[in-house]
Design a protein around this ligand. Structure first.
Ligand code: ADP
Length: 381
């Protein structure tokens, strides 16, 4: 049997000015073609809208020589599923309308997701289209973890609760941990640290998410490339009163001019490490704040879970920056967490990096959200 004999899935991730795509063999777990169309709707670009962007993707797929007839489903990444969508959902007109309505909760993300779905349904009208939600895995959060301590009528009226994001990655990685350790998922307590441009932590008990660091929006929690993560909400009122900042300015400040970038002007971690090596004090402080926050979350989730079998690092920083893994878990021997420096600094791909006598197994587990989406969509074929 060769790749694609059983069928392929087209996975689309539509952002405001880009569409990422992969054609995946969900059974073999391999990507057959992948690519990215950028600068959609930007003045300097030549692609006026998402329909034109998808048209280019269609052409690239034809040029790639794969058998388009083998594509049996389209999987769409959708950021916000609100309280309604918990699991991968076959897209109908009503489902699409609901995804558009949820733009209220995710104004930057759901509108381009919905447009991507709309144009893809027009281009591939005979295929099932499946939405996979970033929030889905965190539907299971216990009420005590999901509820903000504010006036409950206000919370109810405006859908204010913790939804969590990066769920596809947290679910995929927590399951991979069980596979790698040859352990029963139902028995496993895992902390997943997804450290990319966006960053989030989760606590997973028996395959079910019980805590996560992102909240109503992907702004809460860890320090990120350009987002501040946790902050005293009083800062917003203070800046409103003293600096006269409007809501759009505050939004821009906390989402785009904060995090690593805000503290030292650099949001790319590779560059950050170069600046630290060259002696930059702001870059070093930004790194220290980043690592300190990560340690706090690990400690908090140890307490939430009571016993932790595994801690898994994933995404761009989690998979590639040994120093972050080492520094975030340094000195936790007393809690049963011992990273082996050699294992941590050498090797590639999925692997164990803790010492043999570490009670908690520490791992690097590459994430693969596209494959998880492809497999979810495949269930509908
Ligand atoms: P996202 O999917 O959220 O855009 P990624 O998971 O690709 O993000 O992570 C991007 C981050 O990972 C960037 O800060 C980038 O610098 C960092 N990164 C990726 N590869 C490496 C590497 N080899 N060494 C250091 N940092 C890396």
């Amino acid at each position: 049997m060769t790749v694609g004999d059983t069928g392929l899935v087209l996975v689309l991730n539509s952002g405001s000015s880009s569409i990422k795509f992969q054609v995946i063999d969900p059974v073999a777990g391999t990507a057959v073609v992948s690519g990215l169309v950028e600068q959609i709707g930007e003045p300097e670009g030549t692609i006026p809208d998402h329909a034109a962007g998808l048209h280019m993707i269609h052409q690239q797929l034809l040029d790639s020589g794969i058998d388009l007839g083998a594509i049996r489903a389209v999987g769409h990444r959708v950021v916000h599923g609100g309280t309604k969508f918990h699991s991968p959902t076959l897209i109908t007109d009503a489902v699409l309308a609901e995804i558009e309505r949820l733009a209220e909760l995710a104004p930057l993300h759901n509108p381009p997701n919905a447009i991507g779905i709309e144009v893809a349904r027009a281009d591939f009208p005979d295929l099932p289209h499946v939405a996979v939600f970033d929030t889905g895995f965190f539907h299971s959060l216990p009420q005590a973890a999901a509820t903000y301590a504010i006036d409950r009528d206000v919370a109810a009226d405006y859908g204010i609760r913790r939804y969590g994001f990066h769920g596809t990655s947290h679910e995929y990685v927590s399951r991979q941990v069980a596979v790698l350790l040859d352990a029963d998922l139902a028995e496993l307590n895992t902390i997943v640290l997804h450290l990319g441009n966006g960053a989030s932590a989760s606590a997973v008990h028996g395959g079910v998410a019980v805590e996560t660091s992102m909240g109503l929006t992907p702004l809460e929690g860890l320090v990120m490339g350009t987002r501040c993560g946790d902050i005293d909400a009083g800062v917003l009122m203070h800046l409103r009163r003293t600096a006269g900042m409007e809501v759009e300015q505050l939004d821009e400040l906390l989402n785009r001019r904060s995090g690593l970038k805000g503290m030292c002007g650099i949001n790319d971690f590779r560059e950050l490490l170069e600046h630290i090596a060259a002696g930059s004090a702001p870059a070093k402080l930004a790194y220290d704040v980043y690592v300190h926050r990560l340690r706090k979350y690990v400690g908090a989730y140890l307490a939430v879970l009571g016993r932790v079998d595994a801690i898994a690092f994933t995404a761009g920083v989690g998979e590639n920056v040994a120093a972050v893994r080492e520094d975030a878990l340094a000195g936790l021997d007393g809690l049963g967490i011992v990273v082996d420096p050699d294992r941590n600094r050498t090797g590639k791909g999925a692997r164990i990096i803790s010492a043999d006598d570490s009670r908690t197994t520490v791992l690097v587990v590459p994430t693969n959200e596209e494959l998880a989406i492809a497999r979810a969509a495949w269930e509908f074929v």
